[in-house]
Design a protein around this ligand. Structure first.
Ligand SMILES: [Zn+2]
Length: 310
């Protein structure tokens, strides 16, 4: 009698445990059906990876830096970031020094599969955008804003595509198709931008942010002066006097700003006979769900250039 009762209790406990484990496993599967987890370093890389992985079953993409971060110049690694990196099957970075907050990635994260999207892109040495800074910024060797150039961005997409095919070869066709579609869109907007730049009254410009250097170069704009605003650096009275003189000499000048930053120095064009302001969206912050953030930013830039040409 006593023995049977114990057996009954034990059986009941086992049944409950089995049920619990089943529910747990089932729930776990339901919430966690991803095959691979990709961590992108920040917004421009994140949206690019989203486009290349769109509709591919079981791929989870997360951004290390929150989408409103903007450029990573001041970014610091958080405890949450460390957890994300631990769980990641791959980390996709911009490269060109943008992820300096990760330190030496190979040393600090030896098991992490790191995909550098800047591979094969000709980097511009950063000799003007951060020269006035002291203290909290470390000197940056290269200009990291490669994604602002459509041509470079295409290369980044190709690197993401090839990296994902290596990691997840069974879905190679999907990655290729997504990348091809996206690259087609980027090529279209680039040719629209080139056409618009051709209608401007001059290609000579002042560039107020290092973030616009690749953009300007790719679209055939001709920067005659760089002044670095908003990313830690200030502009001196001597810089402004020099800018005014150059604008006067040029006669016609475009003032090109990065719309991440509010400061403007439009008075530097006072000695020019004709000047226009162009504000460029560098696609560095937007809503998390907007996978077309880069394309939409470039559409806005196209409008800005057309407005300046009118
Ligand atoms: Zn920046």
């Amino acid at each position: 009698m006593k023995g049977a009762k114990i057996i009954g209790i034990v059986t009941a406990v086992i049944v409950v445990l089995v049920l619990l484990v089943t529910v747990f496993l089932f729930k776990g599967k339901e919430n966690n059906n991803e095959r691979i987890k990709i961590v992108a370093s920040f917004y421009p890389v994140y949206t690019a990876v989203q486009r290349v992985t769109q509709g591919v079953e079981g791929v989870e993409v997360v951004s290390l830096a929150p989408s409103q971060t903007g450029c990573l110049h001041d970014y610091q690694l958080t405890p949450d970031n460390m957890i994300s990196l631990k769980q990641a099957d791959a980390l996709i970075i911009n490269g060109a020094g943008a992820e300096s907050f990760l330190g030496n990635i190979d040393e600090n994260h030896p098991d992490l599969n790191v995909l550098d999207t800047s591979k094969g892109i000709e980097l511009i040495e950063d000799d003007h955008s951060h020269q006035h800074e002291e203290g909290d910024h470390e000197a940056e060797e290269y200009n990291q804003h490669i994604w602002t150039s459509p041509t470079n961005y295409i290369k980044q997409i190709e690197n993401i595509r090839d990296g994902l095919i290596r990691i997840d070869p069974d879905y190679a066709d999907e990655y290729k198709e997504n990348a091809q579609k996206y690259i087609g869109q980027i090529k279209d907007i680039r040719s629209e931008l080139l056409k618009a730049v051709d209608t401007l009254f001059t290609k000579k410009c002042f560039i107020f942010h290092g973030s616009l250097e690749y953009f300007a170069k790719d679209l055939g704009l001709e920067p005659i002066l760089y002044l670095s605003l908003g990313e830690g650096a200030g502009v001196s009275a001597a810089d402004l006097a020099n800018a005014s003189r150059l604008a006067g000499n040029a006669g016609k000048i475009l003032l090109i700003y990065d719309d991440q930053y509010d400061t403007e120095y439009n008075s530097v064009a006072k000695d020019a006979e004709l000047s226009r302001i162009i504000k460029i969206d560098t696609a560095v912050t937007r809503s998390n769900t907007d996978t077309d953030a880069w394309i939409n930013a470039m559409m806005r830039n196209l409008d800005e250039i057309k407005k300046a040409a009118a």
